[in-house]
Design a protein around this ligand. Structure first.
Ligand code: COA
Length: 253
């Protein structure tokens, strides 16, 4: 089992649990997370969703073996279904992040409502280093949040974001000692039990109304380029280098 789901006290928890592979997300894991999000939306007893990783690792992003062997083919592929389900989730989504959050581990946070990071959390969007391009509307949202010049450092050079930077740029709600992140995030999620769910839902919808269409457009535009990039010799070199534990050589391109 690599995605654990539980619903307790009004909170549907989605736990990424594949620590031996740094919580890298496979097709089956995206499907399980999509199912859990859809079930949470449909269940009247659920007031909030909580997404958590393992101590010291949120997720190393998309499974790179899957990217090589089973690349996403279109809107119906598991990764896109997950992105659409999270972007469309009408209940509050809270994330608790300790350790690394790479690729979609970071970009999914841009679609959560409350994001709690440990002091040692490291966010990274190293798409270019993998021969790829940003996804989940991060090419739109990161420049909006950070300004284009700072976003270029993260998206073009692939430099990680510290937890403090993520909080400064409004990507994270708060930064806490690692041992407190999960309990704090759960407490915040449970607060929705005592709030009127209709007003919460309408407020979330209104907060996103202005950006929703642009986000969907960006996701689609990114997805088209991403699919091409996955087949590129640059990406092949990057993936092979990762699994061979060597530095990629882009000098020949
Ligand atoms: N896909 C598939 N396997 C992955 C993975 C990924 N995204 N990330 C890590 N793993 C695997 C490693 O291959 C390794 O497997 P092995 O023990 O069978 O050799 C295992 O998880 C542990 O990873 P390792 O790199 O040794 O851990 P680390 O603590 O040194 O580093 C990370 C952790 C997250 C910094 C590093 O694993 C990493 O950079 N992963 C790739 C991140 C990435 O590029 N994601 C895609 C973004 S689009």
């Amino acid at each position: 089992m690599t995605i654990n789901t539980t619903t307790v006290g009004g909170v549907a928890t989605i736990e990424i649990a594949r620590p031996q592979k740094k919580n890298a997300l496979t097709l089956a894991m995206y499907d399980a997370m999509t199912d859990a999000l859809e079930a949470a939306v449909a269940d009247e007893a659920v007031r909030a969703v909580l997404i958590v990783g393992q101590p010291g690792i949120f997720t190393a992003g998309n499974d790179l073996e899957d990217f090589m062997q089973r690349p996403p083919t279109g809107e119906e592929s598991p990764v896109f279904r997950f992105m659409h389900a999270l972007a469309a989730c009408d209940k509050p989504v809270v994330a608790a992040v300790t350790g690394a959050a790479v690729g979609i581990g970071t970009t999914m946070l841009l679609h959560c409502d409350l994001v709690y990071l440990s002091e040692d959390a490291r966010l990274a969007v190293p798409f270019v280093s993998l021969g790829l391009v940003p996804e989940f509307a991060s090419s739109l949202l990161l420049p909006q949040l950070m300004g284009r010049a700072k976003a270029a450092e993260k998206l073009l050079l692939g430099d990680p974001l510290t937890a403090a930077e993520a909080a400064d740029f409004g990507i994270a709600t708060a930064v806490l000692p690692a041992a407190e992140v999960l309990a704090h995030a759960r407490r915040m999620a449970e607060r929705f039990n005592s709030l009127p769910p209709g007003a919460v839902r309408d407020t979330k919808r209104l907060m996103r109304a202005g950006s929703k269409d642009g986000i969907l457009r960006a996701m689609r535009a990114e997805a088209a380029v991403f699919a091409e990039r996955l087949r590129s010799p640059e990406a092949k070199e990057a993936f092979e280098a990762f699994f061979a534990r060597r530095k990629p050589d882009f000098s020949k391109f």
